[in-house]
Design a protein around this ligand. Structure first.
Ligand SMILES: Cc1cc2nc3c(=O)[nH]c(=O)nc-3n(C[C@H](O)[C@H](O)[C@H](O)COP(=O)(O)OP(=O)(O)OC[C@H]3O[C@@H](n4cnc5c(N)ncnc54)[C@H](O)[C@@H]3O)c2cc1C
Length: 399
């Protein structure tokens, strides 16, 4: 187990830090208040080669390992976790194609992401199936001509309003089936020129192969306002056999593989936010004086800053260990991914909450970034499996 970054990883980290320092942190509060979808930053990140990390070299992708991907996501999240969520979502949707798709499917569904800055959505959650995704009712039914037809509704789908492709998990045969399938639905490609900002509008896509996709109004969220989240309904969408990934009964296994990849990425999002909260808090409390001293020099306040620093360091260690376990394909990698997800989410919520407190009344105003970080932090403990689900996974393995 080597916890040092190699030359390549250092290069990636430095590239992303430059992007964050120049394009994100100086304008983040205006960007967030403007409610504009951050296409310019996503386009820059695409040009710099720090999105679409999982796409295999066989289709001219970067095929970046999980460990390096987490380091990249962490650095983007230091700038903004909403932008990181949008960027990471392409990999969330595409990793199942990288892992289980045929060469033809990789060429057809992954290569477009290498050729232009477009976005993908990963559609798992439904109104009645959140933490318990076995309760999903979206399903594909076979037709006489060998094609399938997909019907169902998904909710909270990242990038939905701007997506050019949808990876959908659904039941096979009937809504109550015990089997799940994973299907890919390419839509007409949308770049920033085609749809600079959807505003509060819905979007309908009539698919050339039959059926339509209806995307709801973007959710008005507490935080991560620079990511787009909306519901997606599939109405009589025709699925050709080559749009089904792997075996049409193995979808549940594929979800597990995707989530094993995604948990360290969400952990990285939490770590990036926690680090940012610590840094802005140290900066603020080093400037502001009360009782004749800098706030950071008041013993009880110093203790809290140390507590924040410890959370960040422990979160980083948990992520590095999970990264190493995944890299080594260790049998117990899953529980370390869950541990990292929980530890980093906890660090994010803790550092943002305590950091806001150390800013006093100023932290409660929108003028200070810490208030945005506090809003952004909560979802990290929820998406890609709430804290209790991670504990369930860990508990199941260790007892
Ligand atoms: C901004 C955002 C982006 C998202 N992006 C995507 C996306 O791109 N694709 C996608 O498919 N989904 C996405 N989601 C959905 C997200 O993954 C779900 O919200 C999450 O899995 C939780 O499901 P739920 O909201 O239905 O909560 P529920 O499952 O209803 O859980 C509510 C609460 O119940 C408790 N609970 C649940 N299960 C247990 C348990 N086993 N034991 C004890 N307590 C429990 C927990 O306290 C939990 O917080 C996103 C959500 C948001 C808000």
């Amino acid at each position: 187990m080597d916890l040092n970054l190699n030359e390549n990883q250092i290069m990636y980290v430095e590239t992303v830090r430059k992007l964050v320092k120049n394009e994100i942190t100086p304008h983040i509060l205006e960007l967030e208040k403007g409610h504009q979808f951050p296409w310019p930053i996503i386009n820059k990140a695409w040009e710099m080669g720090v999105v679409n990390l999982c796409i295999p070299e066989s289709v001219k992708g970067f095929e970046i390992d999980v460990f390096s991907s987490a380091m990249i996501i962490k650095e983007i999240s230091y700038g903004d976790t909403g932008i990181a969520t949008s960027a990471m979502c392409n990999d969330l949707a595409n990793v199942v194609i990288s892992q289980h798709g045929t060469e033809e499917q990789k060429e057809r569904f992954l290569r477009p992401f290498v050729e232009k800055p477009i976005l993908a959505s990963f559609c798992l959650t439904e109104p009645g199936a959140g933490s318990d995704n076995s309760m999903m009712t979206s399903f594909i039914a076979k037709r006489d001509d060998g094609t399938h037809v997909l019907n169902g509704s998904k909710c909270f789908i990242t990038n939905a309003s701007y997506a050019s492709q949808f990876t959908v998990l659904c039941k096979t045969g009937a809504p109550t089936s015990n089997f799940m399938a994973c299907v890919v639905i390419p839509a007409p490609h949308l770049t920033s020129d085609d749809l600079p900002d959807v505003g509060g509008a819905t979007r309908e896509i009539d698919l050339p192969t039959g059926g339509r996709i209806i995307i709801g109004k973007p959710e008005d969220k507490l935080g991560q306002r620079l990511s787009n989240t909306a519901s997606v309904t599939f109405e009589d969408v025709i699925i050709q056999p080559d749009q089904i990934i792997g075996n049409r009964r193995f979808g549940f296994k594929y979800i597990m593989d995707v989530l094993d990849f995604a948990r360290p990425m969400v952990a990285a999002i939490g770590l990036g936010l926690a680090k940012r909260a610590l840094d802005v808090t140290i900066a603020y409390t080093s400037e502001r004086k009360q009782f004749g001293q800098r706030i950071c020099d008041l013993p009880v306040a110093r203790e809290m800053i140390v507590a924040m620093w410890k959370k960040v360091e422990l979160a980083e260690l948990s992520l590095l260990k999970a990264g190493c376990k995944i890299q080594e394909k260790a049998k117990d990698a899953g529980i370390y991914a869950s541990l990292a997800k929980n530890t980093c989410a906890e660090a994010a919520v803790f550092c943002a909450t305590e950091g806001l407190h150390l800013h006093g009344g100023y932290g409660f105003t929108t003028e200070y970034e810490i208030s945005k970080l506090a809003r952004d932090s909560h979802i990290i403990d929820i998406y890609e499996g709430v804290r209790e689900v991670q504990n369930m996974i860990i508990g199941r393995e260790i007892v």
